[in-house]
Design a protein around this ligand. Structure first.
Ligand SMILES: [Zn+2]
Ligand SMILES: [Zn+2]
Length: 393
């Protein structure tokens, strides 16, 4: 599972077939797809890379969808799909539970696992995938909307490893399922600013962020297709943070998909009937990003990323009481209108998955600015969670 990533020189340079499908026009529905190839029964969740072929280039229209039309789209697109095409899907986002799936070359990376197993099963099904396609989990932090004891037991049963910070595991020792999970050798570690080589061509960089569950991490995930030394695509994922930082901006520079928390509207938060300590917590640098803060961070990242980047803004972790998808979407679009008006804005929801976003080298890849730092953020004073019942608003 943790075999070293091939060096750039080792990655196949064999001729690759030209794309065979027409590029979707902007504004048309994205035909997302990923092959359904069951694993052998005797090797559940064992990573088996597909033969490397050139990824299709697709620029896409994305919208959240809940309905049969969404499922029909996913099902229809499972036919004739290039296995090298990666896709990113937010399965659920918000204080009720968080999970996203990144699929690449047969490797499925679950980012957080904050839903009960049966709910994750349903979300997988809704986007045409399943547990059998999950190869590993990477954890942002230990608030319980990002992991569940029962889900840890499910990972143990399916022998799916998790990558987390050692302090996360120290916190998780209270969970009934953790001892057996660790005994099975599935608790793997990452550290500040140390890239994880999860699979050939798939690299994940943890970036520490400010949040009241220390430590909390954002991730930059790069995919390499072997054609060029720089990544073919990149995703920046930051779901819980009270403020941005120069390190985060630098790490997220040039991503194709910027997945960023747009938690609350500040006025709605202040006017809410929530207890004052909770409002203060949300608004603090250790809490969550407001729409305004997130928009400023979005503009800063987009301003450094090169023309046409990011291609998608995915808005995460909206408060159900103190935000609306419309307010978040307006804030996101306004942040990008002067810098990159073509960016697709997708507002992730709690109750259903977004339509998967296709990841591949884009025609304007030469415009991409590269991430500039790879060092840990300075330590901040943080406090540990939490008051019972107030895990993560
Ligand atoms: Zn949190
Ligand atoms: Zn959270």
């Amino acid at each position: 599972m943790r075999g070293p990533v091939r060096s750039r020189a080792q990655v196949s340079r064999a001729p690759v077939p030209a794309p065979t499908m027409p590029l979707p026009m902007r504004g048309t529905r994205q035909h997302c797809s990923f092959p359904s190839r069951p694993r052998p029964r005797d090797a559940p969740n064992r990573y088996r890379p597909f033969k490397r072929t050139r990824a299709r280039v697709q620029l896409t229209f994305i919208s959240a969808s809940t309905c049969a039309r969404h499922r029909a789209t996913v099902e229809a697109d499972r036919r004739g799909h290039d296995p090298m095409t990666a896709r990113f899907t937010v399965l659920a986002s918000g204080s009720g539970g968080n999970a996203s799936l990144l699929e690449f070359d047969g490797f499925g990376l679950l980012i957080d696992c904050g839903l009960q197993p049966r709910h994750l099963t349903a979300r997988f099904r809704s986007v045409g995938t399943s547990w059998e396609r999950v190869s590993a989990v990477v954890l942002t932090h230990t608030h319980t909307d990002h992991w569940k004891d029962a889900t840890l037991a499910e990972l143990r049963a399916r022998r799916i490893p998790m990558y987390a910070h050692p302090q996360h595991y120290a916190y998780m020792e209270r969970a009934s399922s953790f001892a057996s999970f660790r005994a099975a050798g599935l608790a793997r570690e990452y550290g500040d600013g140390r890239p994880l080589e999860l699979a050939p061509g798939l690299r994940c960089l943890p970036v520490r962020v400010s949040h009241d569950s220390a430590p909390t991490y954002a991730f930059r995930i790069d995919g390499y297709d072997g054609e060029r030394p720089e990544p073919a695509w990149a995703v920046g994922y930051a779901s819980d943070l009270g403020c941005g930082s120069p390190e985060l901006v630098a790490a997220f520079t040039g991503v194709d998909v910027l997945a960023l928390e747009y938690n609350h509207d500040e006025l709605m938060e202040r006017a809410s009937p929530r207890p004052k300590f909770l409002v203060d917590r949300v608004l603090s640098d250790l809490g969550h990003l407001s729409n305004k803060q997130a928009a400023e961070l979005t503009a800063t990242i987009a301003g450094r990323s090169g023309e046409g980047f990011p291609g998608h803004l995915v808005q995460l972790h909206l408060s159900k009481d103190c935000n609306t998808p419309e307010l978040a979407a307006v804030a996101g679009r306004e942040a990008l209108v002067a810098l990159n008006p073509a960016t697709e804005v997708v507002t992730a929801r709690q109750d259903y998955a977004i339509v998967p976003i296709t990841l591949a080298r884009r025609p304007n890849a030469a415009n991409r600015a590269s991430a500039r730092v790879n060092r840990p953020a300075p330590k901040r004073r943080t406090v540990q969670p939490s008051l019972p019942g107030f895990d993560d608003w």
